[in-house]
Design a protein around this ligand. Structure first.
Ligand SMILES: [Zn+2]
Length: 532
């Protein structure tokens, strides 16, 4: 522990005006931010039990997008107890919230996702398939560790800011329904980042990393097409029916032929969300849900138009009609170079966690199970990732943090709570997420985050240069036009039925931190549990 002494009160006297513009900058005690950052890292370390228990708690809730009621109640409770004021239900999304503490500039918004993956229920610390509850959702993306990381960092920074009388406002918020790319564009549209100076985002990974500029992620628009025909007896009078399912199938066939003639960078995929009721009734209604991914706004729009053409053609072929609804969207992210560089300096100071032999044994067994290289957990720190050129992109996932990154300078911290070489969106990505691997990864991430927030509140010139980059590099030629319109509404009903089916059984498995130190202990799992 670094003991702090009294400091001269002249530091941090900069005056903040509009976003990133510094009016007056008085001399500072140059060494003070570094001392405060070391103190913050030590404080985060001391809170590691708290962080670990929050990671385990949210893991045990295992809630799908838009149904994160327990997770949100838990996070909001922690934040209120620690002096944050919280607005719930923001942007007309029941599980979304905005927590706020402090006053004045800079305003730092800190976010992370909270939703999980269908059918990914898995016992933590077990290297082979072993669901906690068969068929239930689970944290097969690792979104249970981000809020614990953010909250830990925020509590530590808040304490330091209070004691040092540092001006600034901390805002914490959840990425609700990230798997549906369902909410962040709505937060942006509804003005929740209007007065924010810098946005910091955290996401699970298998290394401690950050990037700036354009990334290998795509943007996307997510659209459900619903066809309407006419029912009839499938055997007695099929000629009187018009099958909406035929339209869905023909649309998909059309898309799958067209796919070969699309750019390599695109990714598109679909699921049939309604294929009719039973074979002897000609399906009067059927729906198919598409993700259209591309690397920039005009190309995403173009892909969406191709989809609309396929739907119209399929409707014409089957004498049905169709409507469509946007269920989610994401701009391709673009991250702030000045903020990412400052963050990377902190990443280098914190370094990767010290993995135990048990951690490495689990990681290698999981990699064997996933038919991946048995390299174990990361021991070499990732390099600062540079901008990716369009011609070097070869498709990839999306995150609606992209929309935030186009309205305020943003950087994403990725932290090592997961195992390298896994397929993603799979039960196997849940294995590490309530084990010492996830706990250590979240603690190291919280150190970097706390240090980066302290950089931002103590160095107005850093915020100013982030805005300079935002105005004169990032948005010089590209202007943000949301993929959602003013009439679109968040698809808050998604996943409701699935959660209703599993919730009561899952409740019995919630982590009880008043009785057990860890979730592994509560479940009676010896760490690690490997195939015999
Ligand atoms: Zn994610």
């Amino acid at each position: 522990m670094h003991r702090l002494h009294a400091f001269a009160a002249v530091a941090f006297a900069a005056l903040w005006t509009a976003r990133g513009e510094v009016a007056v900058l008085r001399p500072q005690d140059g060494a003070r931010p570094e001392r405060l950052k070391r103190e913050a890292a030590d404080e985060v370390e001391r809170l590691r039990e708290f962080t670990a228990q929050a990671v385990d708690t949210i893991f045990s809730f295992g809630e799908l997008g838009f149904q994160e009621f327990e997770t949100s109640r838990y996070c909001v409770g922690l934040l209120r107890k620690n002096g944050f004021s919280v607005e719930e239900g923001i942007a007309a999304i029941p599980t979304a919230w905005m927590a706020s503490w402090g006053s004045g500039k800079p305003v730092i918004a800190i976010g992370s996702d909270i939703d999980c993956i269908p059918q990914a229920s898995q016992k933590p610390g077990v290297s082979f398939r072993a669901p906690l509850l068969e068929g239930a959702p689970g944290h097969g993306e690792g979104h249970n560790a981000g809020q614990p990381l953010n909250i830990t960092a925020a509590l530590v920074v808040k304490r330091i800011m209070e004691r040092e009388h540092l001006p600034g406002t901390l805002r914490l918020w959840p990425g609700v329904a990230e798997e549906q790319l369902g909410t962040k564009a709505y937060y942006a549209r509804d003005g929740y980042f209007k007065d924010v100076d810098i946005a910091l985002f955290t996401h699970v990974d298998s290394n401690l990393a950050t990037s700036y500029g354009s990334t290998s992620s795509n943007g996307l628009v997510s659209v459900e097409y619903t066809f309407r025909g006419e029912s009839a007896h499938s055997a007695a009078a099929p000629w009187r029916g018009r099958s909406a399912l035929d339209a869905v199938e023909l649309m998909n066939i059309g898309w799958n032929y067209r796919r070969e003639h699309l750019r390599l960078q695109q990714r598109s995929h679909y699921v049939i969300t309604n294929g009719g009721d039973q074979p002897n009734v000609v399906p009067p209604v059927a729906s198919v849900w598409y993700f259209f991914r591309e690397t920039d706004y005009p190309r995403i729009r173009e892909l969406h138009e191709v989809g609309n053409t396929m739907a119209a053609a399929a409707a014409m072929m089957t004498a049905t009609s169709f409507s469509s609804r946007i269920l989610g969207s994401a701009w391709p992210p673009f991250f702030s170079q000045p903020v990412a560089e400052a963050m990377y300096e902190n990443i280098k100071q914190v370094g990767l966690p010290a993995w135990s032999e048990a951690d490495q044994m689990l990681a290698k067994a999981v990699q064997r199970e996933a038919k991946s290289k048995e390299v174990g957990l990361a021991t070499d720190l990732a390099k600062l990732e540079l901008p990716v050129k369009d011609e070097d992109k070869r498709g990839g996932g999306s995150d609606d943090i992209g929309d935030v990154s186009w309205v305020v300078p943003t950087a994403t911290l990725r932290f090592p709570s997961n195992i390298p070489g896994l397929p993603g969106h799979n039960w196997i990505n849940a294995v590490s997420m309530a084990t010492p691997i996830a706990h250590k990864g979240a603690t190291s991430g919280a150190k970097v985050l706390a240090m980066t927030v302290l950089d931002l509140v103590s160095k107005p010139e850093l915020v100013a240069s982030a805005w300079d980059y935002f105005r004169n590099v990032q948005t010089k030629e590209t202007k943000y036009t949301p993929l959602i319109g003013p009439e679109d509404r968040p698809a808050v009903e998604l996943n409701r039925k699935i959660m209703e089916r599993y919730r009561s059984e899952m409740k019995k498995l919630y982590f009880d931190s008043s009785r057990y130190r860890t979730y592994l202990e509560q479940l009676g799992i010896s760490y690690p549990t490997l195939r015999k």
